[in-house]
Design a protein around this ligand. Structure first.
Ligand SMILES: O=C[C@H](O)COP(=O)(O)O
Length: 192
């Protein structure tokens, strides 16, 4: 269905899916996994399964679709000092399901910054991005750490995009509200 709509990319693990729809790290990981075939044999019936509730179909629907995989802590988690623990755990499950990092972008989106007007400071964003890159180096590969784009999302605007974009480990943005406004062009050109 996603491919039929002409989409090449899908966002997975967005905070609204995690916190409103209750999607677990494990389910998000399953969705990230890329499958070689669009169909599979149902383990219970031995027949081809097209049931939308079967997790394997979720994998299959994402075949050949690139993934923006979101991680990020809640305000409570940031305030209790567990930001790293949370984003590492989320990234771990994503990484377990990635076979081609060339088709994945990692998005750091602190939940407290999404749609709130409270943007992470450039230092806060850089700190988490740097740690995520180090995590990729330690747990995936040097190649993944060096090549995967780690983008920031959460109340990015024309007013704050340039300073955020100047951070060495901020490779781009996942923009919500501001993407609907003329200022979006300034965000696109944040490094121009
Ligand atoms: O889906 C979009 C991102 O979560 C960021 O949204 P925002 O730029 O409105 O905070």
């Amino acid at each position: 269905m996603i491919k039929d709509c002409g989409a090449d990319w899908v966002v997975l693990g967005h905070s609204e899916r995690r916190h409103v729809f209750g999607e677990s790290d494990e389910l998000i990981g399953q969705k990230v996994r890329r499958r070689e075939h669009l169909t599979h044999t149902h383990t219970h019936t031995g027949e081809l399964c097209m049931c939308v509730f079967c997790p394997q179909v979720s994998h299959a629907l994402l075949s050949d679709v690139c993934v923006v995989a979101c991680v990020g802590e809640t305000l409570e988690q940031r305030e209790d000092g567990s930001t790293e623990e949370v984003v590492y755990a989320q990234t771990q499950v994503i990484a377990e399901n990635v076979s081609d990092w060339g088709k994945v972008v990692l998005a750091y989106e602190p939940v407290w910054a999404i749609g709130t007007g409270r943007t992470a400071t450039p230092e806060q964003a850089q700190s988490v991005h740097e740690k995520l890159r180090a995590w990729l180096r330690a747990h995936v590969s040097d190649d993944a750490a060096d090549s995967v784009r780690i983008i920031y999302g959460g109340s990015v605007t024309a007013a704050n995009c340039r300073e955020l974009a100047s951070q060495s480990d901020v490779d781009g943005f996942l923009v919500g509200g501001a993407s609907l406004k003329p200022e979006f062009i300034d965000i696109i050109n944040a490094r121009a």
